[in-house]
Design a protein around this ligand. Sequence first.
Ligand code: AMP
Ligand code: MN
Ligand code: MN
Length: 353
Amino acid sequence: MVEVPAAETAEPTAADWAAAVAAVHGLPAGGTVLLVCHVNPDGDALGSMLGMALGLRRLGITQLQATFPGATAGSGDDGYAGPPEVPEPFRWLPGLDLLVPAADAYPAPDLFLCFDAASASRLGGLADRLGTAGAAVVLDHHASNTRFGGIHLVDPGAAATSVVAEGLLNRLEVPLDAEIAQCLYVALATDTGSFRFDMTTPAVHEMAARLIATGISPGVISRRIFDTRPFGAVRLYGDVLQRAKLEPEAAGGVGLVWTYATLDDLARHGQKPYVLEALIDSVRCAAEADVSCVVKQAGPGEWAVSMRSKGAVDVSRVAVALGGGGHRLAAGFTGRGSVDDVIGSIRAELRGA
Ligand code: AMP
Ligand code: MN
Ligand code: MN
């Protein structure tokens, strides 16, 4: 029998929830709250953070900031004033007005909450607030969570960090409204792959029902976050899928399918990096491979790697071995060197999987 360490499976205890509630209730008058989500935020990171921020605003907390590593000031030129690092599909989310550039974030907030980050490194330079804040609450659902921070609301059984966020809002007696619900729904829909993945439990659908009951429109939200991208991105996908490679012998014979996209590819089609987030979904459908992988250039010799498994391989083990993290069926890491170097390191780890 495989022994799973308690920390990897345990839900937050009653004492953990009570500590988080006490940290909010214990804020001094005019106390400052900083909410941070992981670098290159996805729908769960942004949605759970903004949903919680709106909930705290409903409690009458006014000194509130939300940010993420790399967030800068928006120009407002295109009618959108927020950080340009927020992917376009999420630029309509309620609560974006609470976002500040990372450089302007409270240096020593009374309360620090972080979202969807499995390790402190995912918070970039903002991780220093773990030391300077009055209290630090970690809301997350990664089995690979390193248990950084003071108060742990980490539930590896939760489909999204927004499940944990709803749990805290509920205990703070903040009623769901349509704005909070939009944020939490985006997070839930993102991390369950539109309610398709295995962790789509009855509890997930019950939460979705509570959110939809506030009057939000799942059809409008899904179209915005899943089914809308620039025409240039459609053409870019063509190029990148064209060069996909299938290695049926890899991963002990269950197979690997992979491709890569460079900054040149993005520039050629006039596209921003976020458009590549959904690329893995087009690659992973190859029936001949259990493991799929997309290697996305982030800078010279630096690659953001997305990995998926259909069940035969634990890709989070591979990602953790290569310095990243994630879940059994979806994980990632930062690769260095050439595409061949990165794929070579994955192949080697898969051999041992
Ligand atoms: P993605 O492929 O970017 O959708 O990420 C899949 C999963 O892997 C998510 O749960 C991420 O949190 C995790 N992940 C991706 N990149 C990294 C990284 N560099 N370090 C730690 N975890 C990561
Ligand atoms: Mn995430
Ligand atoms: Mn998540």
